[in-house]
Design a protein around this ligand. Structure first.
Ligand code: NAI
Length: 329
């Protein structure tokens, strides 16, 4: 079998960190051949073509074909997975409305091109920021493609949260499960340790023994550290998170395509779960079953968690209303 994967912004930094791992089989497993379509704007074509030459030099046994294009109809033709990485970053002094409008001009047409050209079961992962609202715009423009086939990346936030909790408890990260991200992929996100398990046991006691006042630690240390990790990476590294974002993208698509054995996080369309307005692309605890995301239901967020979820959802509502006013959805 060969799976066709379209990567937009393939000539950019995350693209460069992503392509070689996909070609190596890290995303879909060691038995799945892949065909890559690298979709760029004209200014990014040279970088994407260079990456394609290097992919050839990698002599990857699973890589059947690489095509570079700036034509969305060609780029999305037959795509089984579309990774929408290329976007318009916030420039100095750029207002949120300008940012949303600039990205609407990218993600609207891409959603339409996906509907017209991709495989009917295409699964779309939006990485480019603002990821949740870009996914909303793309899904709205993709006539005939169910919104359930679109999701936004919040796995990087979850990976960061699991790693921070592991560090605080001095346990291996593999011991830490069920730390979902709720809401928006932004500073308002809520990384939730309320259900966390350490080697299958609730984390609460171990956490209290280690940090004392758990609420204070969550509010003053853990949540700001996770939500502000992107800024921390920029200040230390001098450049944004790239390899970790690519790695989380691989994790996200692998979970979606191959299934999960426990909760993870993804921005998925709400049907009203947990009071989140229908139609928003909101991060929830999810499982992946038979190639579909399924929101974990029946959790009872406590009052503190509820307040944080509501604040992040309110931001998503604001973004949705802003793109509605701009006529983008
Ligand atoms: P980059 O600037 O290095 O690369 C972006 C690429 O996208 C460029 O090559 C550009 O030519 C291309 N591009 C722009 N418009 C395009 C279009 N209409 N069609 C196809 N390609 C287009 O940026 P980088 O570091 O690769 O980051 C990409 C995005 O990922 C940014 O929006 C960043 O904020 C976001 N990001 C999201 C994360 C998440 O967890 N959801 C984590 C880290 C980054």
């Amino acid at each position: 079998m060969t799976t066709t994967i379209t990567i937009t912004g393939a000539g950019g930094q995350i693209g460069y960190a992503l392509l070689f791992r996909i070609a190596a089989g890290d995303m879909l497993g060691p038995d799945e051949h892949v065909r890559l379509r690298l979709l760029e704007i004209p200014a990014g074509l040279g970088a994407a073509e260079g990456a394609a030459l290097e992919l050839q030099d990698g002599a990857f046994p699973l890589l059947d074909d690489v095509e570079v294009t700036d034509d969305p109809a060609v780029g999305f033709a037959g795509a089984d997975h579309a990774l929408l990485v290329g976007s318009r970053p916030r420039g100095p002094g750029m207002e949120r409305g300008d940012l949303l409008a600039a990205n609407g001009a990218i993600f609207g047409p891409q959603g339409a091109a996906i509907a017209a050209n991709a495989a009917s079961g295409v699964r779309v992962t939006v990485v480019g920021n603002p990821a949740n609202t870009n996914a909303l715009i793309a899904a709205a423009a993709a006539d005939g493609v169910p919104a359930e086939q679109f999701s936004a990346l919040t796995r990087l936030d979850e990976n960061r949260a699991r790693a921070q909790l592991a560090a605080a408890l001095e346990v291996p990260v593999a011991s830490v499960r069920r730390v979902p991200i709720w809401g928006n992929h932004s500073a308002t996100q809520f990384p939730d340790v309320g259900h966390a398990l350490i080697d299958g046991r609730p984390a609460a006691d171990a956490l209290a023994a280690r940090v004392g006042d758990v609420d204070a630690w969550l509010g003053e240390t853990f949540i700001p550290r996770v939500a502000g990790r992107g800024a921390e990476i920029i200040s230390v590294r001098g450049s944004s998170s790239v390899a970790s974002a690519a790695s989380a993208t691989i994790d996200h698509v692998r979970s979606w395509a191959l299934g999960t054995d426990d909760w993870t996080s993804a921005g998925v369309v709400s049907h009203g779960e947990y009071g989140v307005p229908e139609g928003l692309i909101c991060s929830f605890p999810v499982e992946s079953v038979a190639g579909r995301w399924r929101i974990v239901e029946g959790l009872q967020p406590d009052a503190g968690a509820r307040t944080r979820i509501d604040a992040s959802v309110a931001e998503l509502v604001d973004e949705r209303d802003a793109v509605r006013r701009l006529g983008l959805i």
